[in-house]
Design a protein around this ligand. Structure first.
Ligand code: SF4
Length: 218
């Protein structure tokens, strides 16, 4: 089997600098006004586009503006409000359980703490990290489909899983992980796309690309 080329230390430094310079002000494309709305939006965004989530959440937040109201919600009503989102049955169940747990165990305040966040229904490490990155600027990495693809194409990781890729990126980049996370999401979403990446146009990392997509463009 052909071995994937790895980025050198020098390449990693340049890639990091490029991302930090170009995406310094980048923020999540999810619409939210507080920690509750951010957590709900991130939970809904699993296997669903941010665009779709932003269409769903205004009506959901109007009817259920906090964990107190969501904890007492009728599950069929929540399903109806989020039904255009993938896995809406599971997501509705988790949203209610999450809200009930926040009310019962955290006095109605969503905890900004990884161990406490992952104790909530439907909140895994990736969701917890995205919330902490976005809301608190925490020095954490989270690997979604875009970050995974970009990391592999640039030779920053050859790991098979998102968690192992997160570990590679954390060790290689070390600092400014919250900016780098947003940068890799946006770079993957708009430039280094899954199909038809913009290798010959907007890509500013072509010299460091290790993937056949980049080679094809040369
Ligand atoms: Fe992605 Fe193409 Fe750039 Fe490689 S050259 S990083 S595949 S956009």
């Amino acid at each position: 089997m052909k071995k994937v080329k790895k980025a050198t230390k020098q390449e990693i430094e340049i890639i990091k600098k490029e991302f930090l310079t170009r995406y310094n002000q980048a923020v999540s494309e999810l619409t939210y006004t507080n920690l509750y709305e951010l957590l709900v939006a991130v939970m809904l965004s699993a296997q669903c586009t941010d665009k779709r989530v932003n269409i769903i959440t205004p009506a959901l937040f109007q009817k259920y503006p906090d964990t107190k109201t969501l904890a007492q919600a009728n599950i069929e009503d929540v399903k109806e409000l989020i039904k255009s989102c993938s896995f809406f049955n599971n997501k509705a169940t988790n949203l209610l359980k999450m809200a009930q747990s926040v009310e019962e165990n955290f006095e109605g305040q969503i905890p900004l703490d990884e161990a406490k966040l992952v104790s909530l229904a439907g909140v895994g490490q990736k969701t917890a990290h995205v919330v902490m990155i976005e809301y608190a600027g925490a020095n954490l990495m989270a690997v979604d489909t875009h970050v995974f693809r970009v990391a592999h194409r640039l030779g920053l990781s050859d790991a098979k899983t998102a968690i192992a890729t997160e570990d590679d990126l954390t060790k290689k980049f070390k600092t400014d992980l919250h900016v780098l996370h947003q940068a890799m999401v946006l770079f993957g979403r708009y430039i280094c796309k899954s199909k038809n990446p913009d290798c010959n146009g907007e890509c500013f990392l072509r010299d460091f690309c290790k993937s056949k997509e980049g080679f094809k463009a040369n």
